[in-house]
Write a protein that binds this ligand. Structure first.
Ligand code: FE2
Length: 364
């Protein structure tokens, strides 16, 4: 199943269900440099939910809260805390994407639906994936408005500095133990995707924590979704900690790309984003391990930015701490300089840093 009867153009947006959309939107604006571009709520005739659309270059985040009791959104927040409900794809044919998926065994969340307003029309449909997460197929070539029909242009009335984030590099889904391969099989069967990269617990276990991961990618490899599961270690895997607090499988992190990671991380750090620390010893033999790089090592060490290399080049990456009280969703900032890797060389030092945090939370 390599040739698909429809094509995926990219990640359209990710929608988060949160307890307080207004304050969450403010956080993304003031710390990560997103700009509010669209809104729906009581003022636009949306009686049951409010959503803020935040944009930075090709990245769109939709932040949604319920406006009344006993809603699906409220139930989602009660089970998972704040988290990502929808990883939406832009497609050339939403009906075909939905129909193909359903024919291959996916469960429908939304049948193909035409929605329109004065700015044009879009076709959307959606299917279930792991946990309570969904994939919406957005067909938007006939739409000129700020986001989707029903949303109005919006800003908070103040400008803010961009942090230079460009697009969604990958979206990671954590699964309970034993569920990784079935979920990968699902992406293979429903979407015709392939295994782009894999890593097992022998590669990346530390003294305590271990995981297995398979990166699933679509035909043109624009979409990459690493699927993780916990592996046995001496103590609790960080993936198991996520599952315990999220309640089910779910999105663990969004990796956002930048063309200048040093500038992006400097600004985010100044704005109050907490990043996982990297021990100074990591940088002692860095050039020996990764070869010559353009960036100043002392600057990377000061900011805690990690470097990994493969046969095509290198990449720089750093991870935030969880961005809500539950140890669930976090962000990765990544700059690729040729490398398509997922930072295998960094897992060991990264896990040690995560384990320190787990220990402070009493979860190791
Ligand atoms: Fe990642």
């Amino acid at each position: 199943m390599s040739s698909q009867p429809y094509s995926i153009k990219g990640f359209d947006h990710c929608e988060l269900y949160v307890g307080n959309a207004k304050q969450t939107a403010h956080y993304y604006q003031s710390t990560m440099g997103f700009r509010p571009i669209a809104y729906r709520g009581l003022e636009t005739g949306s009686r049951d939910r409010v959503s803020y659309v935040l944009n930075q270059d090709h990245i769109n985040l939709v932040i949604t809260s319920p406006l009344e009791k006993n809603t699906d959104i409220g139930v989602h927040i009660d089970c998972h805390g704040d988290g990502i409900k929808d990883v939406a794809f832009t497609v050339d044919d939403s009906e075909m994407a939905w129909k193909t998926s359903i024919d291959r065994g996916a469960i429908s969340v939304l049948k193909p639906t035409l929605i329109s307003d004065e700015n044009g029309e879009t076709r959307i449909s959606a299917i279930e994936t792991f946990g309570d997460t969904i994939h919406t197929f957005v067909e938007r070539d006939q739409y000129e408005g700020p986001f989707l029909p029903g949303f109005q242009a919006y800003n908070f009335g103040r400008e803010n500095e961009t942090t230079g984030l460009v697009h969604i590099d990958h979206v990671v889904g954590n699964q309970p133990d034993g569920e990784m391969q079935p979920v990968c099989d699902y992406y293979e069967k429903i979407f015709g995707w392939h295994r782009f990269w894999t890593v097992d617990d022998k590669d990346i276990s530390t003294e305590y924590s271990a995981l297995r991961s398979v990166v699933m990618a679509n035909d043109n490899e624009i979409i990459k979704i690493p699927i993780n599961e916990p592996a046995d270690g001496l103590k609790k895997s960080q993936i198991q900690e996520f599952i315990d607090y999220y309640g089910t499988a779910g999105v663990q992190h969004l990796a956002l790309s930048t063309r200048d990671i040093i500038s992006t991380v400097e600004i985010m750090h100044t704005n109050g984003v907490d990043f996982l620390p990297t021990p100074p010893s990591y940088y002692e033999n860095l050039t020996k391990r990764v070869g010559p790089i353009d960036e100043d090592i002392e600057t990377l060490a000061r900011l805690g930015i990690l470097v990994d290399v493969d046969e095509n080049g290198y990449m720089l990456q750093i991870f935030t701490k969880p961005i809500q009280d539950r140890p669930t969703l976090f962000f990765e900032i990544i700059q690729r300089k040729g490398s398509n890797s997922f930072g295998k060389g960094n897992f060991r030092s990264l896990f040690k840093s995560i384990e320190q945090e787990q220990k402070r939370r009493g979860n190791l």
